[in-house]
Design a protein around this ligand. Structure first.
Ligand SMILES: NC(=O)c1ccc[n+]([C@@H]2O[C@H](COP(=O)([O-])OP(=O)(O)OC[C@H]3O[C@@H](n4cnc5c(N)ncnc54)[C@H](O)[C@@H]3O)[C@@H](O)[C@H]2O)c1
Length: 428
């Protein structure tokens, strides 16, 4: 840390943190003042989040129940909760049983994308606070309904776009607000991955014991088109349009969301996306979603977002570059923030010339691998009435709309436009 910013105690004084510290009106209902949690989905993300929630909030919460349609994950989640908190949570395969328990104050929804909508809608109707993983919903219409339902319910909603809680991104936002990069009309965002031919992208491992009996295929499908049991679809749901928007709603939404957060943007005006399945083309691979995608966005206020994602080379990693006329901020792999002043070959103003390059590292400078722990804590504290959620339902909806714009443009081969009044996409 080497400039005027580095000397400040960011965590204590951050304007961003202060902006989210206003008390809300909610309070915990559980015995001993603890918030009673129902956990829906204990797969990769759900299991990880149980652990991360406990790291900072073990004494503030009690997990009363866990629900998962795959017995292996249900048992694993139950065991983890038991080990951490000492109680044996109730186990369910039907999420409605979690919601029926009047003692449950809040739920975490950590299931595949197409299930967020029915689960969150039912949770809000049952009067629960909701932490829902990104993307908010599988379609724009579902997202709009969830926004309306959340407003009506008046419950705390936190969407799982945890970059908003990362000290690095909050610092980036603060730097932009303080004028460090000048005017910003352009962001480049990218996510690059690669893996050997034996480990195709998003072909996550399928447990050996998988059977139709221990996975509850019908509950996994929900309202998705009916089809015979398919364990690849069950465990690798990201690869199929019926359950996921692929890159657009899995990875891109994090980056449109954080662009909105850092620069104060909302929904783009237009999007033109293209790409295809270029890297993972084995004839036995029946994936629907592209492994290569670029999306070009224009916003209503002279702002451009250039997005690219490719699953065949990871040399450049992932991140966002906020390009201003007086400086550049980039955040790479959620771990490294760099600021570079625009010196214009010596012709920059004295003010800009006086700025020094900055490098901050998430672990070294803030002790965090990403924003997740603070994101979950922010949700818990919002329920306790001490903070406001940093990723409310509206923010989740806005980020997801950009994802859906990219999907619709990719599928149609057309540029799409967001009609703000009608809250609909128009094909151009
Ligand atoms: N914020 C992030 O950085 C981040 C990272 C990874 C995943 N995610 C999100 O988390 C969510 C889950 O992703 P994942 O990688 O853990 O997927 P996963 O497939 O590993 O886990 C999903 C779990 O949901 C269970 N499930 C399926 N249908 C169910 C139903 N009807 N009722 C109850 N449980 C059901 C599955 O058995 C599985 O255990 C997705 O929305 C994903 O986008 C977010």
């Amino acid at each position: 840390m080497s400039d005027e910013f580095a000397r400040r105690d960011f965590l204590k004084k951050s304007a961003a943190a202060a902006a989210f510290a206003a008390p809300a009106v909610h309070s915990a209902r559980g015995a001993n003042g603890k918030i009673n949690i129902g956990w829906i989905g204990a797969g990769t993300r759900g299991y990880h989040c149980i652990q991360v929630m406990a790291e900072a909030n073990k004494d503030k919460v009690q997990v009363l129940s866990v629900c998962d349609t795959y017995q292996g994950n249900l048992n694993r989640g139950k065991d983890r909760i038991q080990t951490i908190w000492g109680n044996t949570p109730k186990t369910y395969v039907d999420y409605r049983e979690v919601l029926a328990d009047r003692n449950v104050d809040a739920v975490f929804i950590m299931t595949p994308e197409h299930l967020h909508y029915p689960m969150m809608l039912a949770a809000l109707k049952a009067g629960k606070h909701v932490y829902v993983e990104k993307p908010l919903a599988h379609t724009i219409e579902e997202g709009a309904e969830l926004v309306a339902a959340a407003r009506k319910a008046g419950k705390v909603v936190q969407v799982g776009t945890q970059n908003r809680s990362s000290a690095l991104y909050q610092r980036a936002r603060q730097m932009v607000q303080e004028g460090m990069i000048g005017d910003c009309h352009y962001v480049r965002a990218f996510w690059y991955r690669n893996s050997p031919a034996t480990n195709p992208a998003w072909r996550y491992s399928i447990p050996d014991d998988t059977t139709p009996e221990n996975t509850d295929w019908d509950r996994f499908l929900g309202d998705a088109p009916k089809r015979p049991f398919d364990k690849r679809r069950y465990f690798q749901w990201r690869l199929y349009w019926d359950y996921s928007g692929g890159i657009s709603t899995d990875l891109l939404v994090h980056q449109t969301d954080i662009t909105n957060f850092v620069l104060g943007k909302t929904v783009p005006l237009t999007c033109m996306a293209s790409g295809g399945i270029y890297r993972w083309t084995d004839p036995s691979d029946d994936r629907d979603v592209p492994d290569t995608l670029s999306a070009i966005y224009d916003y209503p206020d002279k702002f451009h977002l250039n997005y690219s994602c490719y699953f065949g080379n990871d040399h450049y990693g992932y991140g966002e570059q906020f390009c201003g006329n007086e400086g550049t901020i980039e955040v790479i792999s959620r771990q490294d923030l760099h600021f570079y002043p625009q010196l214009l070959r010596g012709q920059a103003s004295e003010k800009v010339k006086a700025r020094r390059e900055i490098h901050l590292n998430g672990m070294k400078d803030f002790g965090e691998p990403d924003g997740l722990r603070r994101h979950i804590t922010n949700f818990i504290e919002a329920i306790r009435g001490n903070e406001k959620p940093v990723a409310p339902v509206e923010a989740g909806h806005q980020a997801a709309i950009s994802g859906h714009m990219a999907t619709q443009s990719f599928k149609s081969g057309k540029k799409v436009k967001w009609d703000e009044k009608a809250e609909k996409l128009v094909m151009l």
